[in-house]
Design a protein around this ligand. Structure first.
Ligand code: GLY
Ligand code: MN
Ligand code: MN
Length: 489
């Protein structure tokens, strides 16, 4: 279906669309244009309940306001991105915008306007595209008309739902151009907004805003922890779905696994939180294997790293390495159990007051010990760790912050993240792995092509931690029992 009645190019004009497009729409008679203006019911909604996180988004905006007194702050949701010709990728609002508003509307922009009095805080406004005008024809003649893309909330409805005053986003760029005083903008999401601010902002000051919003997300509030648990629970069900269809994947390819998990993500959540890694056999040694077009063979391992993203944009990030036929071989089990032991040591190091790096160090030590014990690298272990020699096979860091972004808080300063201290409410992955590349001549042949990672989502609590993904078995014998039960049931 093509938009044969929609404009070929957007034009900057206040003229009614029907007049403007005369000639471009030879099929639209004056009579039809007139006819389409009327006969539509009033569907305005009243008395809407605020979204569940409205109280939390207000707290987050208050914290942002306190950090940047007297400055105008501009946080865009972002725009549609072309996939090809006139088709677009699925829209996903920027994390910063969704975190501060709870809204996910394309082209939306949150503006915090400083009140005139010194340290008077800010007034928040969310700029959105209103309902389509039926009088001027945009309802059915414009590419973003509601007849094409579906009903939007009116500005009045959006105000009730979000708890933020709403204005027409088409007025925003002119207002930003005219505005005076210091401004900061979250970059990279909305080129038109950035263009309107180009002579008012600096990269350095904008980066400070991005850093603040990244660090603010490190400690999750109770709403966020609930959403992360929902994301994990859906992901657990998605892994069960995959175990049930492994025979179909053997008959086709890893794509059957990718598609099966995606179905769960779309039915229960918004999407997958990142490209699913469905890596069977030697492909498990490729860290970001997302082509997922390889063969699935009995006797090999499947490394499945996938996460459901909730409707509120919180994602899980879980990895299980599963024997495709349900039973580990002796060597697969030896390597798997070593990674499991490393993960146990890592999870045990997650507690409030611990250095962020502690869990990484604890896992790496176990893996280095195993590699020395197996004769793959010469000891002593202290020397291996000092020189980082284990990293030929452990490859990546042992985890990261998790939240609305799979690699959450990525713009945080080093001292607030990698060199920082764990606090209750932080959520991170613990995901050690061992990867023996198929062409690694430094290991015995039977190791080559085996990749194992185990990844769980760990919440720092007041007195230790809670494994949000404990619903998926991790110990090798429990994995086998679970797979057998899921296949039967
Ligand atoms: N799924 C990406 C990661 O584990 O970091
Ligand atoms: Mn991860
Ligand atoms: Mn992962």
């Amino acid at each position: 279906m093509s938009e044969e009645l929609s404009p070929e190019t957007p034009e900057e004009t206040e003229e009614p669309i029907k007049q403007r497009k005369n000639g471009l729409y030879p099929g639209v008679s004056d009579e039809l244009a007139e006819n389409m203006k009327s006969g539509w019911a009033d569907t305005e909604l009243h008395g809407l309940e605020p979204i569940a996180q409205a109280r939390h988004t207000a707290d987050r905006r208050a914290a942002l306001s306190a950090r940047f007194p007297g400055e105008r702050l501009v946080i865009p949701a972002g725009n549609l991105k072309t996939r090809s010709n006139d088709t677009e990728y699925a829209f996903r609002a920027s994390t910063e915008y969704a975190y501060l508003t709870g809204d996910q509307t394309q082209d939306g922009v949150l503006v915090l306007e400083p009140r005139p009095e010194a340290d008077g805080g800010h007034d928040a406004t969310v700029y959105l595209l209103p309902r389509s005008d039926r009088e001027n024809g945009e309802f059915w003649l414009d590419g973003q008309g509601e007849l094409w893309v579906g009903r939007r909330h009116s500005l009045a409805e959006a105000e009730q739902i979000l708890g933020i005053p709403a204005k027409d986003v088409r007025e925003l760029t002119a207002a930003l151009k005219e505005a005076t005083g210091p401004v900061r903008c979250v970059r990279g999401h909305d080129a038109a907004v950035e263009a309107a601010l180009t002579d008012k902002v600096t990269a350095e000051r904008d980066e400070e805003l991005r850093v603040h919003l990244s660090e603010a997300r490190a400690v999750k509030d109770e709403f966020e922890i609930g959403e992360l648990q929902k994301a994990v629970d859906s992901t657990v069900r998605g892994f069960e779905d995959v175990v049930r269809i492994l025979d179909k994947a053997e008959a086709t390819s890893e794509r059957y696994i990718e598609g099966t998990f995606f179905l769960r993500a779309r039915v229960e959540g918004n999407d997958i939180g990142y490209g699913s890694i469905c890596a069977a056999g030697p492909l498990a040694t490729t860290l970001h294997w997302v082509r997922n077009d390889g063969d699935v063979r009995s006797g090999d391992l499947l490394l499945l790293d996938a996460g459901v993203e909730t409707h509120t944009l919180y994602t899980a990030d879980i990895t299980r390495t599963l024997p495709i036929n349900g039973t580990f071989t002796d060597l697969q089990r030896k390597i798997y159990d070593a990674v499991y032991e490393a993960q146990e040591a890592g999870i045990a190091a997650v507690r409030p007051g611990a250095k962020y790096r502690d869990f990484h160090d604890a896992s790496q030590r176990v893996l280095a010990e195993k590699l020395v014990e197996w004769g793959l690298v010469e000891g002593p272990v202290e020397k291996v760790l000092e020189l980082g020699l284990q990293r030929r096979w452990t490859l990546h860091g042992t985890g990261h912050m998790l939240g609305m972004d799979v690699h959450d808080c990525a713009a945080a300063r080093r001292e607030a993240y990698a060199d920082g201290t764990l606090e209750p409410g932080m959520c991170l992955t613990v995901e050690p792995g061992l990867y023996f590349q198929a062409d690694d001549l430094t290991v015995p042949e039977e190791y080559r092509g085996i990749g194992v990672r185990i990844e769980d989502d760990i919440l720092v609590t007041e007195d230790g931690n809670r494994n949000l993904s404990a619903g998926l078995p991790r110990r090798s014998d429990q994995v086998e029992t679970w797979m057998a039960q899921v296949k039967q049931g």
